[in-house]
Design a protein around this ligand. Structure first.
Ligand SMILES: Nc1ncnc2c1ncn2[C@@H]1O[C@H](COP(=O)(O)OP(=O)(O)O)[C@@H](O)[C@H]1O
Ligand SMILES: [Mg+2]
Length: 236
């Protein structure tokens, strides 16, 4: 815990002593979490226990009140201490290094699959041509060839969720957060979507965190972190 950031080899992301309160509610209390490259981590716990806040705080979506978040750079090129970054730097880092998959229904339905996937890339400064090419590659990786021109509203739930995964993966992130990604799907489709998420979300320089209520989903991950009242009870 006291090692300097550069000696934390083996960790892709470390959060130490993360705390977050909303008014009188302690959403996270001194949470420590280490994520290794290549792993899928399930985050479980009762409603309101901090499951969504835990992934949002490291990425700076919901800035933590206290604690440190350290993210290793690709190619072993040192680390980024998120607290030391300006808001603009943290936003830029979030767009490049973190991918988010939410429960079904969070993609703009009037945009096509390819437009949805390209959007975060354009926000991160990619050219239209590069973004379109990455979108095509990710569609293929998720088994969605030929569906790039289809509006989200005209896809099945499982297809739409695979577009959401493609969208999260397009910037080649280090950390993929999926918050109840299969919660709105029937069990067969949920399995297919989870297969896809685990296939692309685990890589030599990438890990995936899956917030879930479902023990079956958790059992398919490499380990489980359990939260209660903002505290990590198990598995950090
Ligand atoms: N933006 C917010 N404003 C106020 N309270 C919030 C906010 N986000 C989360 N909370 C509260 O923080 C606690 C943890 O929330 P969350 O991480 O969303 O829990 P979970 O995902 O486990 O259901 C809950 O009590 C929730 O009501
Ligand atoms: Mg939640």
């Amino acid at each position: 815990m006291t090692a300097s950031p550069t000696t934390r080899a083996g960790w892709l992301l470390r959060a130490e002593g993360l705390g977050k309160t909303f008014g009188a509610t302690q959403a996270l209390a001194a949470a420590d979490l280490s994520i290794r490259p290549g792993e899928a981590v399930a985050i479980m716990g009762p409603s309101g226990s901090g499951k969504s806040t835990l992934p949002h705080a490291p990425a700076g979506i919901v800035p933590a009140d206290s604690g440190a978040v350290i993210l290793r750079r690709p190619d072993g090129d040192g680390v980024d201490d998120l607290a030391a970054l300006s808001d603009d730097e943290r936003s830029a880092l979030r767009l490049r290094r973190f991918g988010f998959v939410f429960q079904q229904g969070m993609l703009p339905p009037e945009l096509t699959a390819a437009e949805n996937i390209a959007l975060p890339l354009l926000l991160a400064g990619s050219s239209r041509a590069d973004a379109a090419q990455r979108a095509e590659e990710e569609l293929r990786a998720l088994g969605l060839d030929g569906l790039g021109g289809r509006r989200i509203g005209a896809l099945s739930g499982g297809q739409a969720q695979r577009v959401a995964i493609a969208r999260a993966l397009a910037p080649d992130p280090s950390i993929v957060f999926a918050d109840e990604p299969t919660g709105a799907l029937d069990s067969h489709t949920a399995d297919e979507v989870l297969d896809a998420l685990l296939a692309v979300g685990r890589g030599p320089d990438r890990a995936v965190l899956v917030v879930t209520h479902d023990e079956h989903v958790a059992s398919r991950c490499d380990r489980v972190v359990r939260l209660r009242d903002g505290r990590i009870e198990e598995g950090s």
